[in-house]
Write a new protein. Sequence first.
Length: 90
Amino acid sequence: MSRRIRQCVECPKCLTRYLIGSSPYRNGSYLVSGRGNFELYRLYCSCGRSAFSIRWSELKRYVVSKKAHDRGYGPPDEIVDVGNDANSVR
């Protein structure tokens, strides 16, 4: 089975990780690109934290489980940083 490696945005408060291109998300969160600046993204997470901004160049790569990929988001145990033990995701 091939691994799904995607760039994601992580909410700094609840640590939920969101796949780019899956917004709006079923949990009520959404991700938008900046007006006139497609390098900048803003995450509005359903956990209630105020919007979080991140640049495209700052996005990390993650190995994404099938369940999280189908949802478009997930916790750190389903969406694992490529720099960590990526073999643990199934």
